[in-house]
Write a protein that binds this ligand. Structure first.
Ligand code: NAD
Ligand code: 0WE
Length: 255
């Protein structure tokens, strides 16, 4: 019997086999969980559907997190299929590419709203939509980055969005604790994914992370997956409102 045998949940944020969400999904499946997946749009569906099928996904549905109707439909479908669920994985973020290049003070109000809506507010709306189907003892995990708490060159408006996301984790944890629902974040070190591929000088960022991290290497999607598995499982039954770093110790080292 696996750690997650008999547990069911939904994973938001798989784009391809490099996605952090896919690393989490593989760990959950290996531990015995039953999974549902969402994808952003038709272009994403082409890559997500075969991956989801390879882990026997029960549901594969579209969900743009800016569209609350689609979000409601996902949890309605989960209710139909399973009745109740045990976990939700939120691994979604977006900002305008230009806002990750321009000086931070040039961030437009529209760019700010977009980044905060997709990357932070979506955790709140997702949690609200999930509540009717979340069991007592269920667990929500989101993905964050050190740029929430330190200024990281060029992370810009995404850093502000992650700060809002991390604060939202604490407020959701405070509210939902009495219902036995836990909410935590994994703060991953830099990983080469689709979302990282558009970033100028990302290779250089990876090199610095490798050099400065106490472990002297980068972390993998698998390692983020293993920590997420822990937070989503009953092993972490006493853990909520936490930001859990999986960055090879980078954030703890002065340099
Ligand atoms: P990724 O590109 O594989 O995943 C990002 C996902 O967000 C994609 O699946 C994309 O379809 C989805 N998305 C974007 N806008 C959306 C919308 N409006 N509605 C629904 N989905 C939308 O990249 P990733 O690196 O795996 O990112 C996953 C999470 O991990 C993000 O929250 C990211 O900020 C976080 N993170 C990434 C790193 C890194 O270095 N790659 C480090 C720390 C945290
Ligand atoms: O959260 C992220 C990436 C989020 C992201 C990436 C993109 C690129 C393509 C959000 N929106 C977009 N929009 C696009 O058009 N990370 C933690 C990875 C990341 O991004 C950085 C980093 C790191 C690490 C940007 C600058 C500096 C470091």
């Amino acid at each position: 019997m696996g750690l997650m045998t008999g547990k069911r949940g939904i994973i938001f944020g798989v784009a391809n086999d490099k996605s952090i969400a896919w690393g989490v999904a593989q760990q959950l499946r290996a531990a015995g969980a039953e999974l549902a997946f969402t994808y952003l749009n038709a272009a994403m569906e082409k890559r997500v559907r075969p991956l989801a099928e390879s882990v026997d996904a029960r549901l594969i549905l579209p969900c743009d997190v800016q569209n609350e109707d689609e979000m409601v439909a996902v949890f309605d479908a989960a209710k139909e299929t399973w009745g109740e669920i045990d976990f939700v994985v939120h691994a979604v973020a977006f900002a305008n590419r230009e806002d990750l290049k321009k000086p931070f003070s040039q961030t437009s109000c529209d760019g700010f709203r977009l980044a905060l809506d997709v990357s932070a507010y979506s955790l709140i709306s997702m949690t609200r939509c999930a509540l009717p189907v979340l069991k007592k003892g269920s667990s929500i995990v989101t993905m964050t980055y050190l740029g929430a708490v330190r200024s990281v060159p060029a992370y810009n408006v995404m850093g502000v969005a992650k700060a809002a996301l991390e604060a939202s984790v604490r407020y959701l944890a405070a509210e939902l604790g009495e219902q036995g629902i836990r909410v935590n974040a994994v703060s991953a070190g830099p990983i080469k994914t689709l979302a990282a591929s558009g970033i100028a000088n990302f290779k250089e960022k990876l090199r610095v992370a490798e050099e400065r991290a106490p472990l002297k290497r980068l972390v993998s999607q698998d390692e983020v997956g293993k920590s997420s598995l822990y937070l989503l499982s009953d092993l972490a039954s006493g853990v909520t409102g936490e930001i859990h770093y999986v960055d090879g110790g980078f954030n703890t080292a002065a340099g």
